[in-house]
Ligand binder design. Structure first.
Ligand code: ADP
Length: 452
């Protein structure tokens, strides 16, 4: 303000001095008046520049961008313009910062594994991330401001949205859900701001499937254990209540031992499976001789053959076409191979033939195969054979001591060794089960090691 008076004074003084100098002392007051008028003209001009500049800034889409009319630079109006300019720039920076933060926030929501939809007070879509668009089949641009209830056409969701109680989640089908491949979404609304809502969606298909599998598994295990346990307790009761002679007692004890052995096998297979699932994959550095694994399988097969068909034996053949070594865990490899061999023996009625072979394929991969002349398996069962407790012939499996877990174990072992289990079978034409091991896990026998 002081500078304004000083400038005004300077104009008066300059006018008076000029008049005195040019026209004499009697024109001093008139000169001061002319100075005052000039000051007013200059002041009004500066003020109108300021107003023009403000009007242009107000209409501009990019205020603060140095284009259009310029503000006054000097005097009080210049100072006002300068301060206003600084305030405008500060506000622009603040707006830019909040826009950046909003962008960051939206990017974070975009990265969320859950679907996020922002709904306005009317329930219309204000924004949604790609996951939500995928879950509900929204078009991120086209469906903005559409009513969510019109696009998520599940009565349960419409009820949930209208009900106003968002303390629980609601479950709906995903856009791509079909009877064969159901997709389940869990939705939860959260109220915020002025009657706005945040809709979160989560794909719970895998969780629900895992849950169902866990329930099935527990039910299956309980069922498998209950049967021999019931038989066992029946015999215990018989032994406790009846007076039996030696021969009868031996008979019952033998049957009890059989049931106990069945439970033992089941528990041991379950433990094997859980070990396979819970431990890191076998290392590449440990090499096992295929011939040694074959010898072990052959010994076990011959013992089993004697038990299964004491009178008429199967023709059993073991042949290692190319003597190789296999990288992996010996006990796992043996367990997978022997499961396939014993299955072939158990399911092939005698007299039959079981051929076990090992060969190295042209591309360096190794193939372990078991071929039998058994009943074969219908195509619809083949994809399900490696499911736990899945059996085609329930009674044959139980009779021969099967647990329904053998092929699940084989598949796990194959996968842990980077291999694949192939099943080739037709009813009446026998079966061929093979495990193909990757070339990186197969090598010719190392002479130095075999010599040692
Ligand atoms: P199990 O203990 O019942 O043998 P597996 O998982 O080893 O369980 O096998 C699953 C089912 O696959 C068996 O119950 C049987 O019905 C069928 N199966 C397995 N191997 C053969 C085979 N070589 N020939 C015919 N059926 C087989």
């Amino acid at each position: 303000m002081i500078s304004r008076f000083l400038v005004f004074g300077a104009f008066l003084f300059a006018g008076a001095i000029t008049a005195w100098y040019v026209a004499g002392i009697q024109w001093l007051a008139a000169g001061a008046l002319v100075g005052a008028v000039l000051w007013m003209a200059w002041d009004t001009f500066s003020m109108s520049r300021l107003l023009r500049w403000l009007a242009a800034e107000q209409q501009s889409d990019t205020p603060g961008a140095d284009s259009g009319p310029k503000p006054p630079r000097a005097g009080a109006w210049g100072e006002i313009a300068d301060r206003m300019n600084r305030i405008v720039r500060k506000l622009i920076r603040m707006r830019q910062r909040s826009e950046n933060r909003l962008d960051d926030f939206l990017s974070a929501m975009q990265a969320s594994p859950n679907g996020v939809v922002l709904l306005d007070a009317e329930g219309r879509i204000e924004w949604c991330n790609q996951t939500a668009a995928h879950h509900f089949g929204f078009d991120v641009q086209r469906d903005l401001l559409q009513y969510a209830a019109n696009l998520i056409r599940e009565p349960s969701f419409a009820r949930y949205l209208a009900g106003g109680d968002f303390s629980q989640e609601v479950s709906v089908h995903g856009r791509d859900s079909t009877a064969a491949r159901p997709v389940k979404l869990s939705l939860r609304l959260h109220a915020y701001g002025e009657n706005r809502k945040l809709l979160l969606s989560r794909d719970v298909t895998a969780v629900q499937q895992a849950d169902a599998m866990r329930r099935d598994f527990v039910a299956n295990v309980s069922h498998e254990i209950r049967t021999p346990l019931t038989v066992l307790s029946g015999f215990v009761e018989t032994l406790q209540t009846l007076t039996l002679d030696d021969r009868e007692r031996h008979h019952y004890l033998a049957l009890m031992a059989q049931q106990a052995a069945r439970m033992q096998t089941l528990v041991s297979d379950l433990l094997t499976l859980s070990r396979l699932e819970g431990s890191p994959p076998p290392r590449h550095q440990e090499w096992q001789s295929v011939q040694a694994l074959f010898d072990q399988c052959a010994a076990e097969a011959r013992a089993l053959q004697g038990l299964l068909t004491p009178t008429e034996e199967h023709t059993l053949g073991f042949s290692v076409e190319s003597d190789c070594e296999l990288a992996g865990e010996a006990s796992e490899l043996f367990s997978a191979m022997s499961n396939l061999v014993t299955n072939a023996l158990r399911y092939t009625p005698s007299p039959g033939a079981v051929q076990v072979t090992w060969r190295q394929l042209d591309d360096g991969r190794g193939e372990f195969a078991v071929k039998d002349t058994g009943p074969g398996i219908a195509a619809e069962h083949i994809p399900r054979l490696t499911e736990r407790f899945y059996r085609v012939d329930r009674s044959r499996s139980r009779e021969s001591g099967g647990t329904g877990l053998g092929l699940a174990i084989v598949k796990h072992v194959a996968q842990r060794h980077g291999g694949e289990l192939h099943i080739d079978s037709r009813p009446g034409a026998g079966s061929r089960f093979s495990i193909i091991f990757p070339s990186g896990r197969v090598r010719p026998v190392q002479l130095a090691e075999t010599a040692g």
